[in-house]
Structure formats: C-alpha cells, structure tokens
Ligand binder design. Sequence first.
Ligand code: PEP
Ligand code: MN
Length: 333
Amino acid sequence: MIAILKNGTTDEQTAHLVSWLKQMNLDVHISKGAEMTVLGLIGDTSRVDMELLSSLEIVSSVKRVSEPFKQANRKFHPNDSIIQIGNVKIGGGYFAMIAGPCSVESEEQIIEVAQAVKESGANILRGGAFKPRTSPYAFQGMKEAGIRLLLKAKEATGLPIVTEIMNISALDLFTDVDIIQVGARNMQNFDLLKELGKTDKPILLKRGLANTLQELLMSVEYIMSEGNENVILCERGIRTFETYTRNTLDLSAVSVLHELSHLPVVVDPSHATGKSRLVPPMAMAATAAGADGIMVEVHNNPSCALCDGAQSLTPAQFDDLSHRIRKVREAIV
Ligand code: PEP
Ligand code: MN
C-alpha cells in the first residue's frame, strides 16, 4: 500500500503518522521528494482502514498495490484448490454438475428429480429447504422437513447434496448435508460466514446481487480466516440496468476469479437468466469459459413449481444439456 502525503507536511507530522502505522506491524518505507513524500507500507495491510488513512489531513491519496484478500489469493497458493465431497471433486480439472429443483416440495418430487439428474450425469443434487424469498408471503421452503427429504434423495441416489443455510441457528440440521450454500442475499452476512468458517463443511458461496468480485473474495476471507478452506465460488448473475433477464450473467467473473484466486468457480445460469430457454446456452458458455461446474435448476413439472418454475429445465432438457456440456468440455481441453 502506498500513501502520498500532501505538500507541506512537516517532518514531525510524517514521523507521527509513521509511528502510528508501525503500531500495526507494518514496515514503512519513506521516500521524500522535493514535491511530496511517499510512504510505502510493507507487510499485512489487510487490517489498514484505507478510508481512515485517506481522510487524514496530511494524506493526499492512498493506493493498494496488493489485494486485501490473502487466503483466497492465488499469489499465495498458485495451484488450483480441489474441493473433495465424498467421491466427487471440484476444481483443478474436476467438473461439478449440480442439478435439482429450486425448492424441495415433496418426497416424490425430490426423489424423481434426483434420479433423473443422476441418470443424466449430475454428480451433486441441489434443492432449497430454507428459501430466501423477496416476498414474505411466498413459499418459504419446507425447512427441516425439506432437509430430511434431501437426505432421503441422497440415500436413494448416492448423490451428495447442497442446500442453503439462512441462519446459523439451523446449523445442527446440516450435519449430513455435504455442501452448505450461502445464497446471494447472505454473501455479506459476516457473522454467518465466520460461523461457517469454524466448520469443516464445504461452502458454496454465491456472489451477491450487487457485489464486486473483490467483495466476494473478501467474504471468502471471513470463512477461510476462521480455518475452513473448503470454499467454492458461484457466479449467479448481478443486477444491472438490463431487465430482460432476471440478472446479468457476468461470465468474465470466471476468468477474473481464476486469475485472482485458487478456489473453484461454479456458474448458476438459472438465477442469472431467469428463463429456462437461456439456461443451456449460458451453461455451455460458462463451461467454455473454464468454469469448474454449473448449477442448474431442474423440476419434474416446471409449470407447477412452487418457486422459480420459469427458469427450471425439465429432466429431458437437462439430459440434452448435459450431453452438450460434455462435448464443450471435450472441445476445450
Ligand atoms: C438458490 O440457489 O436457490 C438461490 C436462492 O439463489 P441466489 O441466492 O443466487 O438467488
Ligand atoms: Mn431458485
């Protein structure tokens, strides 16, 4: 980090600032020119409050020259991380095909969808039990009963399951869940992230509706700095001025996140587009862009789905997509 001091700053003021910075365990390199003084801050600058430093009367500007995220940073971990979930691996060339309904609705529904997606090559089953809905009057999910049904589907198919947690008080219900999802709306629920960091469960962290990639990686730090290194990132579209699609799929996120971080990146084209016909092309594009997996909503009867029917594929459509994904993967190796 570099801090440029204003013209006219006295030696005494500079020394005062330097001693304050040194108290944060930083080495400070002072370069005094005719026009201005530049301070080079060396060490772990992640704890430096840039806004506070910039607001000081003698400081003209502050620039970061290294990223504030450490544990997720590829610079400190050059090889791709591979996250292991039972027999399934994600990252470093291992591809996750995550499929299932938006919400668990009944035993028949989740078992039928689980069997169908498995048959088509999915290696992880998704399904929401706790649903973060925009309206409090909309279906909120089957909650504990939904988790029990997911576990039945896991037993019936052998597929590991991923489901969303909304509140840490529900953590006990997730003991047999293979991957805990943190949804877009909770990406910056820092208390939740910290508690999940104390577990050893793989966490699927979705990008917030209006969050930058750096913010996503800072949220990862909340999990990893508590000791849990099993994090999978998920791009699920962001809010833009475009209203034709539910969100705007930021596919460049795949390459940027791979550049910045060693963690696997999964793309969710269902929530990104909101329209089932747009899901296959975006899933294929994500695969071609080098995503480590896709997460797709599949329902046995989308028109009757209690949540997100419009963006859900039928099992037959998912089957067709998974063949095409395989071909894209073969084409890009
Ligand atoms: C979901 O995956 O069920 C979900 C609610 O997605 P998001 O958090 O991305 O909106
Ligand atoms: Mn959904």
